[in-house]
Write a protein that binds this ligand. Structure first.
Ligand code: NOJ
Length: 509
């Protein structure tokens, strides 16, 4: 598809859906499989993971700057994102990579501390605005539609000093920041994502190993989630009421959904899998995408009961006001879905301890099968069928919303002949194809994570997800296309998955 039409197609798809086009052939394994016209292909990155220039041109410190500088021991290879892929200085070069891939869209995030060094909107850093304007202009020149994430984990440190996402005022501050983005970029950006993977940065950041490094699972993670949901609702309503008529456009949120399959067919394991889905995906999906709104009933009941048993005078999961429930319910034009892998779930055996935790509340055991192919990330095994199940779960439980797959990808060892990555993408795309054209899921596009190798959070540079390999030891941070780049170019340009893999030395074993 000619990428010049992509924005129009995405708009069209968002309003009318694209699942009913000519899907090509039905036989998914042996023949050519095509996506309908209008199905878009893109790649994703995030500011902290690629930009570098951490203290340049007025940018202030983010929680990831602070965390990597003060706790190198918590980063696998003791690295930081200070330089990362140097994308701050490589606007033209990076957009060229996308052009070579023949992509319709590029999903990237804007850095809050680069735009508002104080975290607050009383001072806007013009150099930050200039940088993103330059990137947007370059994308436009190359007919690539921008898909912009407002928050991909790099909170200004000065706001973390006020408690970060555990502080209810953050919802207002986020709305102020969002207003600055909409005022400055609303004309060029028509597809907005408020947050990327809130479970990851709330659970990981306030109860786990990620920045800012809070160790308050079962407490601050829920506070974070509560304020992020309120912030999303506020920004969506603001966009809807004030900006849509001015600029048009669409807004959603990206939620990660690993498929959670019962380990056995027993009633206990089936219940455990559903509980796990509700605590994971439902935590953020239910308040926004369900008919009733609010937290999933199972989360409400379990956390209220556990809190009481632990002697707390109130639930560790805060309550929304009826107005807030209403504000969040239906606050989307599309769902951004990140999907990488699948887990098997069994009933847990945890006791309610005085020291609460998210894990104790969920109370399930999860694992992956030994014979599922491994990757270079310990949490990620190759399980393509889970993608179709996850998409169908969304279709059946959340009234078949329009879904943009905002991330799917895999890490493997360095090297250009990445046939395993080709294999992964191809298998996951076949699963996605079946979900759309056999089952009726409304998916409007697919985003590969990531355009190039980048800073993989606490794993540093040790896990590589890129279609382009980045040579971190070269002064230029040279990007070189892998075999998977060639494969993905073919897919993006033709809209079809090839049935002849000779070019990719593909093996189905
Ligand atoms: C999820 C995150 O959004 C992204 O930042 C990360 O690099 C990928 N998944 C791979 O782990």
């Amino acid at each position: 598809m000619n990428s010049v039409y992509l924005h129009w197609f995405i708009s069209f798809a968002l309003f009318y859906g694209v699942s009913s086009g000519d899907p090509g052939t039905d036989n998914l394994l042996d023949s050519e499989v095509c996506f309908a016209d209008g199905f878009a292909f893109g790649v994703a990155t995030a500011s902290y993971q690629i930009e570098g220039a951490w203290n340049v041109s007025g940018k202030s410190e983010s929680i990831w700057d602070r965390y990597t500088h003060e706790h190198p021991e918590r980063i696998f290879d003791h690295n930081t994102g200070d330089v990362a892929c140097g994308s701050y200085y490589k606007v033209k070069e990076d957009v060229q990579l996308m052009t070579q891939l023949g992509l319709s869209f590029y999903r990237f995030s804007m850095s809050w501390p680069r735009i508002l060094p104080n975290g607050l909107s009383n001072y806007v850093n013009e150099d930050g605005i200039r940088y993103y304007k330059e990137l947007l202009a370059e994308l436009r020149r190359n007919h690539i539609t921008p898909v912009v994430t407002m928050y991909h984990w790099d909170l200004p440190q000065c706001l973390q000093d006020l408690g970060g996402w555990t502080n209810p005022i953050m919802a207002e501050y986020f709305a102020d920041y969002a207003r600055v983005l909409l005022d400055n970029f609303g004309e060029q950006v028509k597809i907005w994502i408020t947050f990327n993977e809130p479970v990851s940065f709330c659970e990981g950041g306030y109860g786990g190993e990620d920045a800012p490094g809070g160790k308050s699972s079962g407490f601050e993670d829920y506070m974070c989630g509560h304020n992020v949901l309120r912030a999303h609702g506020m920004v969506y309503r603001m966009f809807d009421q004030e900006y849509r008529k001015k600029y048009g456009g669409h807004m959603g949120i990206t939620i990660s959904f690993s498929w959670l399959e019962p380990a056995t067919t027993s009633l206990e394991d089936r219940k455990a899998a559903e509980t796990a889905r509700q605590f994971n995906f439902g935590w953020f999906a239910n308040p926004i995408f369900s008919k009733t709104g609010d937290y999933p009933p199972i989360m409400r009941t379990v956390i209220d009961t556990n809190s009481k048993r632990q002697g707390f005078p109130r639930s560790r999961l805060p309550y929304f006001t009826p107005q807030e429930v209403k504000m969040m319910r239906g606050a989307y034009d599309f769902l951004g879905l990140n999907h990488y892998t699948t887990y098997l779930v069994q009933q847990g055996t945890r006791k309610i301890r005085n020291q609460p935790s998210y894990e104790d509340d969920v109370n399930v055991k999860i694992h992956q099968k030994d014979d599922w192919p491994k990757t270079n990330s310990s949490w990620l095994r190759v399980v393509p069928w889970g993608f179709r199940k996850a998409l169908n779960y969304v279709r059946l439980n959340y009234r078949n919303p329009k879904v943009l797959v905002t991330e799917n990808g895999v890490s493997f060892e360095p090297g250009l002949r990445d046939t395993k990555r080709v294999n992964y993408i191809d298998a996951y795309l076949r699963s996605l194809h079946a979900a759309v054209y056999k089952d009726g899921c409304t998916v409007i596009g697919y985003t590969y994570w990531s355009l190039m190798d980048n800073f993989e959070w606490t794993r540093g540079f040790s896990e590589r997800f890129g279609l382009y390999e980045v040579d971190y030891s070269s002064p230029n941070l040279t990007r070189t296309p892998r075999l998977s780049a060639k494969y993905f170019t073919n897919v993006a340009k033709t809209g079809c998955l090839p049935n002849n893999f000779a070019d990719y030395t593909y093996s189905r074993d």
